[in-house]
Design a protein. Structure first.
Length: 129
């Protein structure tokens, strides 16, 4: 169950950031239609999404390794006045990290590898000439 939640929340973070990136491209290039921008994003920046998937696999591997540590996951903790087990607190933190990794990972990878914005800039400059 932990892995399913991590996959869902990290995918949500990636999708939210990718949608925001497409929206930013649309704002920078209002002359292009949304379908063209979306198609160009997936055509040019598929490698960004693949790297986000690699980040997800790495985080799942780390989560798997942690499961082998000899930790008493049933130990009770007082968390904001609520009695929770160490395992449930770890799951909450893991899901939070997953959504942050999805969002910020997509953001950083796009800054390093993204090419759709350059392609749109070139299209606009070609039209103006």
């Amino acid at each position: 169950m932990d892995y399913v939640l991590i996959i869902i929340f990290q995918a949500l973070g990636v999708m939210y950031r990718a949608g925001k990136q497409v929206g930013e491209l649309k704002k920078e290039h209002p002359e292009s239609d949304m379908k063209h921008i979306t198609d160009l994003f997936f055509k040019e920046d598929w490698n960004v999404l693949v790297m986000s998937f690699v980040v997800l696999l790495t985080y799942l591997a780390v989560h798997y390794v942690v499961s082998f540590l000899e930790i008493d996951w049933t130990k009770k903790l007082a968390f904001f006045g609520i009695d929770l087990t160490l395992g449930s607190v770890y799951l909450l933190i893991s899901v939070g990290i997953a959504i942050v990794l999805g969002y910020k990972g997509q953001d950083l990878i796009y800054k390093w590898l993204g090419t759709a914005a350059d392609k749109l800039d070139k299209e606009v400059s070609d039209k103006l000439q």
